[in-house]
Design a protein around this ligand. Structure first.
Ligand code: MN
Ligand code: MN
Length: 319
């Protein structure tokens, strides 16, 4: 019997693509990895359920052969994406409560494994602290890596009573890595930044673009700054904190901040990044289903991941 393969049937891997073990025997262009960890959240916990919620709704985007599809056609761009692009779901990293070393070692090990397989790691958080061990895993393969940090928050706190790995610190920790040579933080707003973190970021060479500058001058302002900061084709790791978006569009997150961005704005930035730079990996973090409404934040996250993979593979195809 011929199967209809409707989106609501089957096992909910990301986009219903094949499931592998990171260290197993497989070959793919992209490997999706869940990091169900939220011990780094300083306010509302629940991002540990992010990967599961994003996977659940991502079955609407079953574009990877398993459901009989082969990529998708975009009605705005009038072109196909993700045709003949292989994506696997590498499952979740291991998590052990109260043992940050265990959790972060598992993240680093899984990402290293994905990189050794020659695939682009696509990470579903988890709170934002998980970006640091993810980026650390690039130490073997990258000597001159830039970070594009899309977030309402600068995430440059040094420590709180000795705690250095929470979700307010990832950009600082990443900037301290010897192979991370440049960073740009875009979309910043909210009332909980402080001057000393800001000054430290500038001193470390982080390019800071507050949301207000973008609202005033448009997205061209962001593209101008990035084009001046980074030469074409340079390796860039992109980290998307879902609170970059306005809470109206992405309410399901731990630390929402009014005055954010729309999905089309995020899409344009991802498209720009993929077409101009060599995106070596990315994460999307801070989706918190415990405070989501009708799964709209998870849906937005799943679509952003799909579209970004489409832009990256498109850019790699055209060299
Ligand atoms: Mn963040
Ligand atoms: Mn944030």
């Amino acid at each position: 019997m011929k199967r209809a393969n409707m989106a609501f049937t089957g096992i909910a891997s990301f986009g219903r693509c094949p499931v592998v073990q990171p260290e197993g025997d497989w070959k793919a262009d992209f490997a999706v990895l869940g990091v169900p960890y939220d011990a780094g959240a300083g306010y509302r916990p629940g991002a540990r359920f992010g990967p599961r919620s994003i996977r659940d709704i991502s079955t609407r985007f079953s574009f990877f052969g398993g459901a009989g599809n082969n990529g998708y056609w975009h009605i705005g761009d009038k072109k196909p994406y993700l045709a003949d692009v292989a994506v696997v779901d590498a499952g979740d990293t291991d998590v052990l409560y109260l043992d940050v070393d265990h959790c972060f070692e598992s993240i680093e090990e899984s990402v290293r494994s994905i990189l050794e397989h020659g695939a682009v790691p696509v990470i579903l958080g988890g709170d934002h602290s998980i970006s640091y061990p993810v980026v650390k895993a690039f130490g073997d393969s990258q000597k001159d890596l830039a970070i594009l940090h899309l977030d309402a928050h600068l995430d440059f706190r040094d420590e709180l009573l000795g705690v250095r790995l929470a979700h307010g610190s990832p950009l600082r920790r990443e900037s301290e890595l010897p192979f991370v040579t440049s960073a740009a933080a875009v979309g910043l707003r909210g009332l909980r930044h402080n001057l000393s973190d800001y000054n430290d970021a500038l001193e470390s060479g982080v390019v800071v673009v507050p949301a207000s500058e973008i609202h005033e001058n448009g997205l061209a302002h962001v593209f101008d700054i990035l084009a001046k900061t980074w030469e074409k084709k340079r390796p860039v790791y992109v980290t998307i904190d879902v609170d970059f978006l306005d809470p109206a569009f992405a309410p399901g997150t731990g630390t929402p901040e009014p005055g954010g961005f729309t999905y089309p704005a995020l899409r344009e930035i991802l498209k720009f990044a993929a077409s101009r730079y060599k995106v070596v990996g990315f994460d999307l973090v801070e989706v918190n289903p415990m405070v989501d409404t009708s799964q709209i934040t998870a849906l937005l996250a799943a679509q952003a991941v799909i579209e970004f993979m489409g832009f990256i593979s498109e850019s790699r195809k055209s060299g």
